[in-house]
Design a protein around this ligand. Structure first.
Ligand SMILES: *[C@@H]1O[C@H](CO)[C@@H](O)[C@H](O)[C@H]1NC(C)=O
Ligand SMILES: *[C@@H]1O[C@H](CO)[C@@H](O)[C@H](O)[C@H]1NC(C)=O
Ligand SMILES: *[C@@H]1O[C@H](CO)[C@@H](O)[C@H](O)[C@H]1NC(C)=O
Length: 164
């Protein structure tokens, strides 16, 4: 990238620089075109030990309207479309922040679970001198309740992403 910037400094025209730089440096920055999530649901109100399942979603585009979103089946525990928007730069110095809503079929008479995930567009690495098994995927956790008292736990991880 520095080579491109150098060429830009001495470039003949801005349009020429823009072409050399691939656009990213002068555009609105990188764009997320798809994310695959892991969704985990624990219906704690189900018979002990709860109904707990994790599934991977297909690649989902950002800003999809509800009526164009595919419903995701989370085993026998839940189902519904997942929608998200993103910002770049993201929160707290991260490159991206994804704000998601899972239109859970088990949440009635309440807002659907939402969660916010920030990361730098790279997989995480273990922390130095921490030999535990760390969570290497950006993740967020939330809980929501059905009819005010049936608590349901949600974990969302970013499994994969497509950036242009
Ligand atoms: C899931 O919910 C059940 C029932 O409340 C609880 O016993 C179990 O610890 C929960 N599991 C996790 C991973 O939260
Ligand atoms: C989806 O919803 C939008 C806005 O509510 C509407 O304009 C569009 O026709 C709908 N599309 C389908 C396939 O139902
Ligand atoms: C992303 O980078 C920023 C700045 O270096 C850092 O503060 C932040 O912790 C990083 N995020 C993650 C999820 O590692």
């Amino acid at each position: 990238m520095s080579a491109h910037i150098l060429q830009c400094t001495f470039g003949i025209s801005f349009a020429f620089c823009f072409f050399l730089g691939g656009g990213e440096a002068f555009d609105n920055g990188p764009r997320i075109t798809g994310v695959r999530f892991l969704i985990t649901v624990n219906d704690t109100w189900a018979e002990p030990p709860g109904c707990i399942t994790t599934v991977a979603t297909p690649m989902i585009a950002p800003n999809l309207p509800y009526n164009k979103s595919q419903s995701i089946l989370v085993g026998d525990c839940d189902r519904g479309p997942i929608q998200y928007t993103y910002t770049t730069p993201g929160k707290d110095g991260n490159k991206f922040t994804v704000d998601l809503t899972f239109y859970s079929s088990v949440i009635e008479d309440a807002s659907p679970p939402t969660c916010s995930l920030s990361w730098n567009g790279t997989y995480l690495v273990p922390k130095p001198s921490d030999n535990s098994l760390p969570d290497l995927l950006p993740a967020c956790f939330t809980m929501d309740s059905r009819e005010g008292y049936h608590m349901t736990y949600y974990w969302f991880h970013i499994l994969d992403w497509r950036i242009e």
